[in-house]
Design a protein around this ligand. Sequence first.
Ligand SMILES: [Mn+2]
Length: 329
Amino acid sequence: MTDQEKVIALFRELGSFNLVSHMQPDGDSIGSLLALGEALAMLGKGVRLFTPAPVPRKYAFLPGSENISAGSDGWEEEAAAVVVDCSDLERTGHFKEQIRRAAVVINIDHHVTNRRFGTANLVDPEAAATGEIVFRLLESLQLKPTASIAECLYVAISTDTGSFKFENTTAAAHRAAAALLESQPLNPGIISQRLFDEHPLSYLLLLKKVLGTLELYGGKRVAVITASRDMLEQCGAQPDELDGIINYARNIEGVEIGIMFYIDGSGEIKIGFRSKNIDVSALAGRMGGGGHPRAAGCRLKGAYGPVKERVIGAALLELEGAPSAGRVQ
Ligand SMILES: [Mn+2]
């Protein structure tokens, strides 16, 4: 029996499911949760939907998102737990203990680091999104996507591929998206405007302030921007609105490393690194942090001035060693 067959057998056999996705809910976790929940309901199953934090405003347009609960009310102790888009149980936050108590745990995910914590594990690191795995499950269950399922899965796949731009964008991801577009009259233009183009005014005001701090070093190969909690307050922005602003620094033509300092008032300064070719995880690692080769970070104690000087110094050293050692094709 394949992993997918095991999961399908459990879906057919059991009557009731608590579905959970991860902290800091994103388009893939919410879209997969809603689509799978609706599919199980179509099979006549009892379904309850949970995320460890409320659904962000950006995803509130997804049909059924109002039925997702951030608290444990409604959790059915006798039901099987279905964990979606989580590499380990820590990612389920305060639902962790309830999931551990469940007799059956079904783990559906695409992270290469997945710990296979379930009774049944359907883990495919080749899948661009968990939504792609859910799409295949529905095909095997011979369930035709409804309009809401098609929209949720399209959002899941398009967010995890960065609107079909990231390296994980495969032919299979495109095929799943194409099948969803064929199955129902979706409007990809409206969906991508909502997901990628539209922002709250607070974000634009914050972006303007943060980009106002732009400085260039090392022959314009290192771009540095700085944000602070004061700036967030002045703009009425939430900390998650800082996500992605660092990419503006990295994306400048000729720049190799983008750095963002965030002074959050905790006494520690958060530092993010983004690069085009250089391994910034090594750079962050030398300062007690870590991450991926092109996206990493660390936190340093101290005043902004000396911390900034140290970090920029380290980045310039990394850059000097780059042509032979650090550059990856
Ligand atoms: Mn995902």
